[in-house]
Write a protein that binds this ligand. Structure first.
Ligand SMILES: Nc1nc2c(ncn2[C@@H]2O[C@H](COP(=O)(O)OP(=O)(O)O)[C@@H](O)[C@H]2O)c(=O)[nH]1
Ligand SMILES: [Mg+2]
Length: 461
């Protein structure tokens, strides 16, 4: 492990590990230095515990009075979640009894753990890297089965391994460069002979691909915001209710029924989305409706995807001048799907068509036909239709680091392609790229790099 990681504080922490409230089982977890954890274990459970062997015991208070009974389970350092000595008390899920167990641990020398402190210690002790530690939180917070599976893959190290693969390739490029900087007569030939340009191009494309996958992963974690817009009465609220599989928005045949935003978390194909139903977009003299329309445009600004509803009964290409005006006012970069609703009235079957790069979907929000095709289209645009087997969760922090690494690699490539490459600047960009990547897993590069240089090159040559 790198020397940059400080040694964890040796004090002993305790917390209730199960969610607040009553339940079948409640767990109190203790982690810290071996002697103090052992004395807490003996004080609460009344016996000396054998690591990894569950003992059924009575938990006791200061005067030996019973608090609860359950399992006591000890782990010896470093073979535990935190890498420290750990003991867990699995009692009944009674908040009052659990608090008594915690109070007893405090009296025996522990202190209350800070939020995330067990996982922080796991990181500091090298049990998890930073991306994995973040995946623990993402797994706990996962809003869908797909997001949970993706977090589990990140926790197992899938994302970290991809990042490390790119870091290794950057280190290899740096190794050649930094060594040649030490031997100025040979420098440029040396770097050229190592096929650096070609290798750098491959590193850049790997990093770009990882960024794309990470962006999908980030959407998995946070969910995509989908806004429903269109003229009054085209069926936005009806479609909202279909997507939510619930009556969340009022549907009437009165144009201008929806005035405020109706926002709802929905799940499509295992992907969490936030759907926003909006007021129909038209010129209105009604003050409340006008505010609603302003809010609709504000919702468009924070959306990742717009569903623009139109009436399937319109002849021609089915998009009226008013619809076109709405489409034109959407931010140019905002992905959109044109939804031709009320196919039941239009006597038209469902279907999907690509027109000028924009997907058009025909459906009936009333009878539900064609809604499945729309959902597939939404997932495709979200880039998560294949977020099955190889997705991992990622965070904005990871995306920013990957973007920064990509920019430094691009700058490195530009230096290398110059008529007389400034090798020092090239090396510096590679170093920055590596640092950006290393920040994802929390490993810092300098020591690792020196190790590689010394092990691969005979400096005394
Ligand atoms: N026949 C038919 N009627 C629909 C369909 N979708 C919505 N409607 C009706 O159109 C009217 C307006 O629907 P609503 O969802 O409130 O539209 P909004 O103003 O865009 O939110 C209501 O009377 C709905 O029952 C559809 O697919 N087929
Ligand atoms: Mg409505």
């Amino acid at each position: 492990m790198s020397a940059a990681r400080p040694t964890p504080p040796p004090d002993t922490i305790v917390a209730i590990a199960t969610p607040p409230g009553r339940g079948g089982i409640g767990i109190v977890r203790v982690s810290g230095n071996a002697a103090s954890v052992a004395s807490i274990a003996r004080g609460v459970a009344g016996i000396a515990l054998t690591p990894r062997e569950a003992a059924f015991v009575t938990f006791r208070g200061e005067r030996g009075e019973p608090i609860d009974q359950g399992l006591a389970l000890a782990f010896a350092a470093p073979a535990s979640y935190t890498g420290e000595a750990v003991v867990e008390f699995h009692g009944h899920g009674s908040p009052a009894a659990l608090r008594l167990v915690v109070a007893r641990c405090l009296a025996l020398g522990a202190r209350i753990a800070e939020p995330g402190e067990f996982t922080k210690r796991a990181f500091l002790n090298g049990k998890l890297d930073l991306a994995q530690a973040e995946a623990v939180a993402d797994l706990i917070d996962a809003a869908s089965a797909t997001a949970a599976r993706a977090a589990a893959r990140s926790l197992a190290g899938a994302f970290s391994r991809e990042v490390q693969g790119i870091v290794d390739a950057v280190i290899e490029l740096r190794t050649v460069t930094e060594a040649s900087l030490d031997f100025p007569d040979e420098d440029l030939e040396f770097v050229r002979a190592s096929d650096a340009a070609h290798k750098l191009a491959r590193v850049r494309s790997d990093a770009a691909r990882l960024l794309a996958r990470a962006a999908t992963g980030a959407r998995l974690a946070t969910g995509l915001v989908v806004v429903l817009v269109g003229q009054p009465n085209v069926g936005k609220s009806s479609l909202m209710n279909r997507l939510a599989r619930d009556d969340v928005a009022i549907v009437t045949d009165v144009p201008g029924t929806t005035r405020d935003l109706v926002e709802r978390a929905v799940e499509i194909g295992g992907i969490p989305l936030t759907a926003i139903d909006t007021a129909g977009l038209r010129d209105s003299d009604d003050t409340v409706e006008r505010i609603g329309i302003e809010r609709a445009w504000a919702a468009v600004e924070r959306a990742d995807l717009a569903l623009v509803l139109v009436d399937a009964r319109e002849s021609g290409d089915g998009v009226t001048g008013a619809d076109r005006a709405i489409l034109a006012r959407l931010p140019a970069a905002l992905p959109r799907i044109v939804v031709h609703n009320k196919t039941d009235l239009a006597g038209r079957a469902g279907g999907t068509e690509l027109r000028g790069g924009v997907a058009h979907v025909w459906l009936s929000a009333l009878d539900g036909r064609g809604v499945g095709a729309l959902e597939r289209e939404v997932l495709a645009i979200a880039g998560v239709e294949s977020a099955g087997e190889d997705a991992f969760v990622a965070r904005e922090r990871h995306l920013a680091a990957l973007r920064a690494a990509g920019a430094h690699l691009a700058a490195a490539a530009a230096h290398l392609a110059a008529p007389s490459p400034p090798l020092e600047l090239y090396a510096e960009e590679l170093r920055e790229a590596q640092n950006a990547l290393a920040s994802i897993t929390g490993a810092f590069g300098a020591d690792d790099l020196l190790g590689v240089i010394f092990s691969r090159f005979c400096i005394g040559k």
